[in-house]
Write a protein that binds this ligand. Sequence first.
Ligand code: FMN
Length: 170
Amino acid sequence: MEFQKVLDTRYSVRSYKQTPVEEEKIQAILNAAKIAPTAKNSQPQKIFVVKSEEGMQKVKELTTCHFDAPLVFIICGDSDRACILKSNGKNFMEIDCAIVQTYMMLKASDLGLGTCWVGRIMPDDVKSAFSLPENLVVYGFLVCGYPADDCEPAPRHFDRLDLKDFVKEL
Ligand SMILES: Cc1cc2nc3c(=O)[nH]c(=O)nc-3n(C[C@H](O)[C@H](O)[C@H](O)COP(=O)(O)O)c2cc1C
């Protein structure tokens, strides 16, 4: 898809078909995560792919925002790879993982898939449900799949500030 069209047509999908996402498309989304920019190229992302019945059952117990999607990526940061500035202690890991997740979201759209970024989770509960290593910080889910035929953007999708409300030339 043309890039501008990806940006223009993406919206948070909250209703999915049960059709599984093809393995090549999953790999293409993961490859988008691979090429995302990160501070000092630290690449702190750790991504878990959940599509098994058992895994999806856990996801459903962890968040109401699963939307019966057939696929969920769990986006985590690896504290051992975090880029932290010596000068002021700033840790870029969460920003890096947000960029990674954004790349994945847009690549999924490019492939005709829908996604919803889900921050409504309890990170420690996710960690224990999936027995994730101690050094990981769980940031969110990216639920993914083919949008249901009657799926539409939520009204909030169209509620955008004008440029003049958040841009100022200095
Ligand atoms: C950091 C972040 C966290 C979000 N968490 C949730 C969530 O927990 N549940 C949900 O349904 N949508 C969630 N969303 C989706 C936003 O509500 C959505 O992107 C926003 O309302 C704009 O709508 P649009 O994505 O359709 O353009 C989240 C988005 C972001 C970027």
